[in-house]
Design a protein around this ligand. Structure first.
Ligand code: ADP
Ligand code: ASP
Ligand code: MG
Length: 417
């Protein structure tokens, strides 16, 4: 008998029929002999609805109270789901994050799980029950309810799987796995059979929302295999797992896009040591995650232009800091552009194959798409383009790298090193 953690996302539990349908799948699996912990999201749209409600009450809701409110979405589904299971004649018990011992830091709205007290869940599993846990929520060491950030139920599930020593964490969603790019953006996207934790980490942090970034970090750290599959079909999904030799042979595994960043440029910053630190230290103190940074020549010798990108949600905060620091250091003007998009190519094979960047740039140039910024890592190349080119850029790159074909049928890019 294996211990399995399953997670069902918002569309999978969107209404009574969907909840009943998932309950039937779960009960069948339980009857087959597996021990099951089922982590649920709120119904699709519910977290957005609660957020809008809070904003009606206050333009800047108190973070603690906002978490109390947002956590209710998942409480609705765990209760209804447990009722559905019982209607099918099986035993289930719902547990909130608090009851399931999910302890986090104090960071309301973006809390990180620090510890899971597994005894309460284990006890109920030992009683033969299906344990139904509210995703996305935990509590801090003062007993306050916290939430883990949008999409955080994936992280609740993988963290529970790690803590309980589960065999696998199955993430059920509205697509049949992890694809070469968002299948809702490009229908030629191809489902991956397997992907390494490292590539999945890059894909998640570069915008593929199919898995919450922290869930992949937990999977990697504790070596919990993650299976991404559809709750609507029985198709085999994608296994996120440790890297092996075969994976290294695939040059480009996927393409992601992220429209949620903004670009800010400070012109004519004095070109002397310490200027970048003067700008980026206060941003880091304000918890702003600066992503791409490019420094170029200013309008006159001795001056430099610094451009960088930040998440759109931090745009106002960033502009306030940039304006203040700009005045203090005697910089020129500040330009900003929230209508940008980051397109990234990800693949383990980039470690040993050259030519990916040049092919990417040529492909975009052929479509007259201007690249505003570039950044690379060992297994990733990202470019910033105008937001209006997002779909076009993803599609032409997907075609150019032949990602619709199985890896062994793609044309080799260039010689291996
Ligand atoms: P859930 O509510 O089940 O957690 P999400 O909406 O968070 O589901 O994640 C699933 C969505 O992720 C898909 O509907 C798809 O549009 C999007 N997505 C983005 N990139 C990818 C990708 N590379 N592979 C699969 N899905 C992707
Ligand atoms: N309900 C939360 C959200 O919409 C968490 C999740 O679905 O994973 O972000
Ligand atoms: Mg999700």
């Amino acid at each position: 008998m294996a211990l399995i953690v399953q997670k069902y996302g918002g569309t999978s539990v969107a209404n009574i029929e969907r909840i009943q349908s998932v309950a039937r799948r779960v009960v069948e699996r339980r009857k087959a002999g597996d021990s099951l912990v089922v982590v649920l999201s709120a119904r699709a749209g519910e977290t957005d609805r609660l957020l809008a409600l809070a904003r009606e009450m206050s333009p800047d809701p108190d973070p603690r109270e906002l978490d109390v409110l947002l956590a209710t979405g998942e409480q609705i589904t765990i209760a209804l789901f447990s009722m559905a299971v019982k209607e099918l004649g099986a035993e289930a018990v719902s547990m909130t994050g608090y009851q399931a011992g999910i302890i986090t830091d104090h960071h309301h709205g973006e809390a990180r799980i620090s510890w899971i007290e597994t005894i309460p869940v284990m006890e109920r599993l030992n009683e033969g029950k299906i344990v139904v846990v509210a995703g996305f929520q935990g509590y801090d060491d003062e007993g306050n309810i916290t939430t883990l950030g949008r999409g955080g139920s994936d992280t609740s599930a993988v963290a529970l799987a790690a803590a309980l020593g589960a065999e696998v964490c199955e993430i059920y969603t509205d697509v049949e796995g992890v694809f070469t790019t968002d299948p809702n953006l490009y229908s030629k996207a191809r489902k991956l059979e397997r992907i390494s934790f490292e590539e999945m980490l890059e894909m998640a942090s570069m915008g593929a929302k199919v898995l919450h970034l922290r869930s992949v970090e937990f999977g990697m750290k504790y070596n919990v295999p993650i299976m991404v599959l559809s709750s609507f079909t029985d198709a085999p999904g994608t296994l996120v797992t440790k890297e092996d030799e075969e994976m290294e042979k695939v040059v480009v595994s996927g393409i992601t896009y992220n429209r949620n960043e903004a670009r800010i440029t400070l012109t004519d910053v004095p070109d002397m040591p310490g200027m970048a630190a003067r700008l980026f230290q206060p941003l880091s103190d304000e918890d702003v995650n600066v992503d791409l940074i490019v420094q170029g020549r200013g309008s006159v010798p001795g001056k430099a232009n610094i451009s960088f990108t930040v998440p759109q949600k931090d745009y106002d905060k960033t502009m306030r800091v940039a304006e203040r620091v700009g005045r203090e250091i005697g910089a020129g003007r500040i330009h900003s552009n929230p209508n940008i998009s980051k397109i990234s190519l990800i693949g383990l094979g980039m470690r040993s194959h050259s030519g990916v960047a040049s092919k990417m740039f040529t492909t975009l140039a052929n479509e007259n798409i201007n690249i505003k910024m570039i950044s690379t890592s060992e297994i990733k190349i990202s470019v910033i383009v105008d937001e209006k080119y997002t779909e076009l850029a993803v599609r032409v790159l997907h075609d150019a790298f032949q990602l619709d074909k199985p890896p062994n049928e793609r044309i080799r890019i260039q010689e291996e090193f």
